[in-house]
Ligand binder design. Structure first.
Ligand code: C6P
Length: 409
């Protein structure tokens, strides 16, 4: 079955918007995706009909809200092949990764090693830097080759007895590279290291099965997969989460408390202190249902086609450099530079045509420096994007490039 982007677009009210009088071409999906009516309605329905706190009162509203909240964990678990105990809701990918880094960080010792890659988002780099600073552990980086792919040979050489944690992005938000997660995780297992997967750019776009990957932790955000902002996921293997210290303490995360001490609640509630984002959970569950109806494999196929077309067309534009690997090894995004034009100018000129892309370092500043650039312009695709929109992007970029070549005209 192929995905019908034109039919899908009908579900997204925002896609009818005009930008400076032009139809919106939304190509900033790696930053955040738009929301279908089904998600917006689910959130409205919660607030209009069964808004209540969860896991606390016995009244009917609370029972309904609790059921919806717990069911959301099950639905999200089902998406990635995890049990409800293994799915903790957080604020976003960033919070999930901070939770793991600060908890695992407490167990690190001087000279232990954490392996990251050179293509990490700040969210999967800065928390580890801080954990390393606190403990005296060292960070080692897996290098990237000329195609923007991980140098697996060098990465294997880094992995050794001192390696305690390997944290890596599944798909780079700049290069688009799909990293060989299974291979990295298998190598980590051999060395007895814990694996943490930043799946912010993979779970929304492809079938990710945590059991098949055999990762210890995995993090992603609802807002990048049609869900609302303010809610994300930390998956952890049950035994890992059992042994992990919570980052936040308070209501709902305890099973028993006295004036002196407390015992932790069962999983996953141990990691969900305080009144949670119930509306967010309801919205995320609706988003998961929506994506599963389309099918994650169909989504990946659709994006692959759009990306291949975009790469082909953009490559024909003089003065444009695309970063990252070829289409089969990349997810649904293309970041590029244009000779002599600042990325913010490219983005602003595209915006005037109604085309929303992102320019800048994409929260991966060290990677931009490594590539020797200030930043890049990025077009990122999702289920509602069409080949016609890719054509519009290519035409608009050709115009920008032509104007830059002949500024007087
Ligand atoms: N990248 C982008 O435009 P949050 O903000 O916590 O939902 O996600 C953080 C994050 C972590 N890892 C990767 C690989 C990501 O791409 C992101 C978010 C957005 O590329 C916003 S900076």
């Amino acid at each position: 079955m192929t995905l019908n982007a034109n039919r899908i677009r009908e579900d997204f009210p925002i896609l009818k918007r005009k930008i400076y009088g032009k139809p919106l071409v939304y190509l900033d999906n790696a930053a955040t995706t738009q929301k279908p009516r089904q998600v917006i309605r689910a959130i409205n329905d919660y607030y209009e009909n069964y808004n209540s706190n969860v896991h606390r009162a016995v009244h009917l509203l609370s029972q309904e809200a609790t059921k919806a909240y717990d069911d959301a964990h099950e639905k999200v678990g089902n998406l990635i092949g995890a049990k409800i105990e293994e799915v903790a809701f957080t604020k976003n990918t960033t919070e999930s990764l901070n939770m793991v880094a600060s908890s695992l960080g407490q167990k690190l010792k001087k000279d232990d090693e954490i392996i990251l890659t050179r293509m990490e988002h700040h969210s999967n780099m800065v928390p580890w830097q801080q954990a390393a600073k606190r403990t005296g552990a060292a960070i080692k980086y897996a290098e990237i080759d000329g195609n923007g792919e991980l140098d697996m040979r060098q990465m294997r050489q880094l992995i050794g007895k001192k390696t305690k944690i390997i944290a890596f992005t599944h798909i780079s938000n700049v290069l688009g590279t799909i990293n060989p997660a299974k291979e990295i995780i298998a190598a980590a297992k051999e060395a007895g290291a814990i694996t943490v997967v930043d799946a912010a750019q993979s779970v929304p776009h492809m079938l990710v099965d945590v059991k098949k990957l055999d990762c210890d932790f995995l993090a992603f955000s609802a807002h990048k997969m049609l869900g609302p902002t303010g809610i994300g996921v930390l998956y952890g293997k049950e035994e890992m989460l059992e042994n992990m210290e919570p980052m936040l303490y308070g209501g709902d995360m305890i099973s028993e408390a006295s004036y002196e001490d407390a015992k932790w609640n069962e999983l996953p509630w141990k990691f969900e202190a305080g009144t949670p984002n119930v509306a967010g959970a309801v919205g995320m569950a609706a988003a998961v249902e929506y994506l599963q109806k389309i099918g994650m494999q169909n989504i990946q196929e659709h994006e692959k086609k759009l990306t291949a077309t975009a790469m082909k067309k953009l490559r024909q534009i003089e003065g444009l450099t695309i970063y990252g690997p070829e289409a089969p090894k990349r997810g649904g995004l293309v970041a590029f530079g244009m000779d002599g034009v600042h990325t913010h100018d490219v983005s602003a000129l595209l915006d005037l045509q109604g085309i929303a892309v992102r320019g800048g370092h994409h929260c991966a500043m060290p990677l931009a420096k490594l590539l020797g650039i200030n930043g890049s312009t990025r077009a990122s695709f999702y289920i509602y994007n069409t080949p016609e929109e890719v054509d519009m992007l290519a035409d608009a970029l050709e115009n920008v490039a032509a104007r830059m070549r002949n500024p007087g005209k």
